[in-house]
Design a protein around this ligand. Structure first.
Ligand code: SF4
Ligand code: SF4
Ligand code: SF4
Length: 262
């Protein structure tokens, strides 16, 4: 669908990680008005609808993902159908019904249990500040393959997590500094550094608002199925320990993460 230059300028102001989604919504708005050219009026109608929905509608949860799902070259893990599978778990937990029983007054967007999926450690969809956040991870390891000492892996690592062994020139990986982006393995021409596992880092209990806090990260990298199990148990914990509409971060501050028994 074609856009006017003015509408194109306006959409560029939308944060890039949600721009594609917003663009589709605006085009739907134009189609619903019988128009084939998107202009600023459609953007404004869409914005007003969003603001109105935002205050009046929630499913009890909100789920977001970065655009790494289908087009970002940085992604460290394949998303597969993770978004839909997480949505199924959240839907089964009947969070809206739970919130209606727990929260005083109307249920608004800020009461919703928030989930965010990012495809790599850049965390564009901000998983650190939602109730349940994921960041894609590619675990790199040094293999037995011969190293040509080309130095490409050292240049690729933005975390200074790789240092050359003074005797052999082979890389030594500092796991404390490594963010599991997998860039070094992608740069290595000999397979001396290779990705040995892909999955998600899991972050729990992040929030903004009056008392902001970053999520706590579970140690490890988790498969798609493991993430769904952790999500299910986390929502059960959220529901059974909730005092009057608390956010997950508040509950975890009280109970810790022992409920996951990992
Ligand atoms: S989080 Fe990573 S994969 Fe997702 S959009 Fe950002 S850079 Fe790309
Ligand atoms: S995976 Fe990323 S952060 Fe870790 S050593 Fe390789 S390039 Fe550095
Ligand atoms: S590990 Fe790979 S990229 Fe790094 S110096 Fe050796 S051959 Fe080059």
């Amino acid at each position: 669908m074609k856009w006017t230059a003015e509408a194109e300028d306006r959409i560029k102001k939308v944060p890039f990680f949600v721009r594609r989604k917003v663009r589709k919504q605006v085009e739907k708005e134009a189609v619903s008005m019988g128009d084939s050219l998107v202009d600023v009026m459609h953007l404004e109608a869409c914005r007003q609808r969003y603001m109105s929905d935002k205050h009046h509608q929630t499913r009890g949860y909100e789920i977001d993902q970065c655009f790494g799902a289908d087009q970002c070259p940085n992604r460290a893990v394949e998303f597969g159908d993770m978004y839909a599978r997480m949505e199924d778990v959240l839907e089964d937990k009947e969070l809206l019904q739970f919130l209606r029983q727990t929260v005083k007054g109307p249920i608004k967007m800020h009461h919703a249990f928030r989930v965010s999926i990012s495809g790599c450690p850049n965390c564009c969809s901000r998983p650190q500040i939602v109730d349940f956040g994921l960041a894609g991870a590619s675990v790199a390891a040094i293999t037995d393959e011969e190293c040509s000492e080309c130095g490409l892996c050292f240049n690729a690592c933005r975390e200074n997590a790789l240092k050359p062994d003074g005797r052999t020139g082979r890389p030594i990986l500092d796991k404390q500094l490594c963010l599991m982006c997998g860039d070094c393995a992608g740069a290595c021409p000999t397979g001396t550094i290779a990705v040995t596992r892909q999955g998600f880092r899991v972050m729990l209990g992040g929030r903004l608002g009056r008392h902001p806090q970053f999520a706590r990260e579970l140690p490890g990298v988790w498969s798609h199925d493991e993430v769904l199990d952790i999500l299910s148990r986390t929502v059960d914990h959220f529901k059974s320990n909730n005092r009057g509409g608390e956010r997950l971060g508040d509950i975890i501050n009280r109970t810790g993460l022992g409920f996951l028994s990992l």
